[in-house]
Design a binder for this molecule. Sequence first.
Ligand code: ANZ
Ligand code: ZN
Length: 825
Amino acid sequence: MRYDFKKIEKKWQDIWAKNNYKIWQINNKAKKFYLLDMFPYPSGEGLHVGHVEGYTASDILSRFYRMKGYDVLHPMGFDAFGLPAEVYAVKMKTLPQELVAKNVKKFKEQLKALGFSYDWTKEINTTDPDYYKWTQWIFLKLFERGLAYEAEVPVNWCPHCQTVLADEEVVAGCCERCGQPVTRKKMKQWMLKITAYADRLLKDLDLLDWPERVKTMQRNWIGRSEGYELNFKVKGFDEYIKVFTTRLDTIFGATFLVLSPEHPLVLKIAQKNYRREVEEYLYHAGQRSDLERQMEKEKTGVYLGALAINPATREEIPIWVSDYVLMNYGTGAIMAVPAHDQRDFDFAQKYHLAIREVISPDGQKQNNLEAPYEGEGILINSGPFNGQKSEEAREKIALYLNARPAVNYKMRDWVFSRQRYWGEPIPIIKCPKCGYVPLKEKDLPLMLPKVKHYEISDTAESPLAKIKDWVNVKCPKCHGPAQRETNTMPQWAGSSWYYLAYILKPKLKTPASEAKKFWDQKLLKHWLPVDLYIGGIEHAVLHLLYARFWHKFLYDLKIVPTPEPFKRLVNQGIILGENGEKMSKSLGNVVDPLTIIKKYGADTLRLYEMFMGPLTDPKPWSTNGISGVYRFLLRVWQLAQNNGPKAKKEKSAKAKPRIKLTPKERYELEQLRHKTIKKVTEDLEALRFNTAISALMEYSNRLNFVSRLLEKKEWQKHLATLVILLSPFAPHLSEEIWRSVLGHKNSIQKEKWPRASSRYLKESEIAFIIQINGKMRQTLKVKADLDEEAIKKLALAQPKVKKYLAGQRVKKTIFIKNKLINFVI
Ligand code: ANZ
Ligand code: ZN
C-alpha cells in the first residue's frame, strides 16, 4: 500500500471535525493545561511558515498533555480589526466585514489542513459584536475608574495611514505599518492610564517564566528611573524651576538650566531682547516629534536672557531652552552638568557655556574636559561634600538642599483612539451639558454602522463622523442633543483580553448588563493563568504589555483570579529563506506552507518545521531537509505495512521460516523502547522537539532492521509505541496506522502516554572487578559486554594493577563476562 498522505490526512481531518472536536475535550478538574497561540490577523495572504512553526509546537504539546490526562485548552481565533482590512476593502470596493469573513474562512481551512487539534467550539473573532461588546464593556469600566480619559496631546500622526499611532507603533520615527515618516500633531485623544500600573507591570515581571530578552524589553519600555526633584529660583521673578535629576551628586557642576520648548515658564521669563529668537525657536521645535528631537545629533537652543540661582553654589546660571529636553518626561526642565553628561557637554561646547568637573573617578584625576565623565566617583569642587562617594553624596545633598525623592517612567499613557473605521466604536456620548456620558451596559454592543466612504476629512475625523444619524443622539442623561464619539479603538484592544474570551466562549452572548454571569468565576479559576503562550518576539512590548495591563485592571475588579495572564512565554525563532535571508516577496524566497502540504503532506511539514532546529532558534529553510523528513515518514508507513498482522496473513502461504531474535537482542530492543519513551517525554516537556524526533528516527531504524524477526505480539507492541510517540508530531499517519494496521477502535489521541520503566533504563555500564590471585584489587567502570581482550587491555593499563604486576609474569587469566577478570601470577 502506497503512503497516500492526501487521502489519509483528509480522512482523519473530516472524522475529527465530524464529532465537533469532542475528541479534544477531556474532563479533569485536577490537572489542566492552557496552551495559547498568538492568534493571527486574517490577512488575505493566509498562513506563512512562521505561523506553522509556533502553531505546530503548541499542537504537539496539546496532544501530548491530553494523552498525559490533562484537561487541555487549545483554542484559536482571529484578531480581525485593523487598518489593513480597511485599506484592502476600500481598494477592492468591498466591506471589511465581508473581506474578514472570507479571509477567516480561508485561514480556517489552512489550519485544518495542518491537522491542528484546536477546539473550534471555542473560536472567537474580535470583530464579532458579541465579542466587542465585552471589549467595550472593559473600556466602560476603565472610564468609570478614571483610567480612560480624553486629552489634548501631541500625537504621532501618520499622514499615509491617516491615523494617530501609539508610541509603540512608531519605529525610528516612522509608521510601523507603512514605513512613512510620522509627524507631530496636537489632537484630542482617548488615553488609557497604563502609567498607573507602571510599578506593578515592572515588579510582577519577576513572577514570570518568560525569555529574559522580553522581560528586559518591557523593563526598558517602562523605564523606571529614581532620582530627585528640586527647585531653582529664577532671578528677579517669583518663580521656581523644578528639575528632575538622577545625579544630584553633580549639582555643584550644574552651570546652566535647560527648559523644554513646551515648558510654561519659557515665555514668562524670556527677556525682551531675546523674545523674538525664543518664539521662533519654539515654533520650529513644535514641528518635530519627541523621537525626532531625541535622534537629532546636533543640539540647538536659545538663551532666554534669564538667570537662576544654583542652590548649592549660590551662583547665577543662565537659563536656556532646547528641544533635547522633553516636556513629557520628569519636570520638563533640567539642571545641566556638562562635565558629566554627554548631551549637556555637547550643548555647552556649542554655546561656550561653563564646564566644571565635580566628579573624579578616583578623587585625584581630572579629565581635561575632552569628554564628559559619566560614571560614579569621588566628589571634587563640591564644597562640604568633597571626598565623598557619588552614590552616597546624593542622599546627603538631598537633605542639605531639601530635594524630594522622585520616580519617573519612560512609559506614557496609551493613546487609545484611532481615526479609522474598522475598529470597536468607543461607547461614549459627548453632551454639551453633561460632558462625557458613558453608554449604559444594556446598550452594548454599540454596533459599528456600515459606511460608504472611508476617507478621512481634513479635520482628521474618523469616517464614522460622516454618518449623521449614527453620530447625533439624545444624551442618555439629560435627553438633550448630543453626539457619539466617532474615533474607534486601536487594533490592540481586542487582543488585550482574547485569552479570557476563549475560556468564556460559551457565555459570550450574555447581555452586557449581566456581566457577573459572563465573567464565570468557576471557569476562570479553572483555566487561568495561561500555562504556556507561544508566539513571535515582535509582540514583546505592544500586545504583551497591554494584555498585562488589562489583566491587572480586571484583577483589581476581582474578575480574574491571578495577577498575571501568561505564566510562561516562548518565542519561536524566525524561519529564514533557503538563502539564510529573511523571507520576503521581493527576495523571492517565501515558502508557502500549502505548496509543501500538497507535495509532501501536513505531517511532513509539521515534522520538518520541528526538526529544523531548536524551537527558539532562527533557522533557514531547506528543501533537502523536507524530503529527508518525508522519507522518514514513508519508512514508518512501509514498516507498518510490511509487518502488520494483515500483511502477514496474505503472505502466509509462501512465508519463509522466521529466524527469531535471541533473548538478549529482544531485551535490548525493549531497552531501546523504554529509552525512547523517556527521551521523547523529557524532550517534549522541555520543548526540545528536534531531538525528540531524532530519537524516534533511531527507534524506527532499529525496528526496521529487526521487524521480520519478531513475534506478532511483540512486533505490535513496538509499532504501537512508535506511533503513539509519533502521534503528536504526525497525527494523521499515526492515527491511520493505529486504527487500520493495528486495528484499534478508538482514536490514538485517547491512548495514555506511555511510561518508561526504570527496569529497562539501567545504565549499561557495569562495575567490573579486577582480581590478582583471587584478591580484589580494583573495580573498573566499563561498558557492558566487553570481551576478554578489551577488558584485559583496560585492566593492564591501570596504575594500581601495573604496580601489583610489576616484574611478575601472568601465568593465567580467568575472565567472567560482565563480572570479573582474575590475573594469576
Ligand atoms: C543632572 C545630571 C547630571 C543628569 C549628570 C545626568 C547626568 P534617566 O535615567 O533617563 O531618567 N533629564 C531629566 N528630565 C529630562 C527631560 N525631560 N528631557 C531630557 N533629559 C532629562 O535620566 C535622567 C537624567 O536625564 C536627569 O539627570 C537629567 O539630567 C536628564 F551627570 O540631571 B540629569
Ligand atoms: Zn446630557
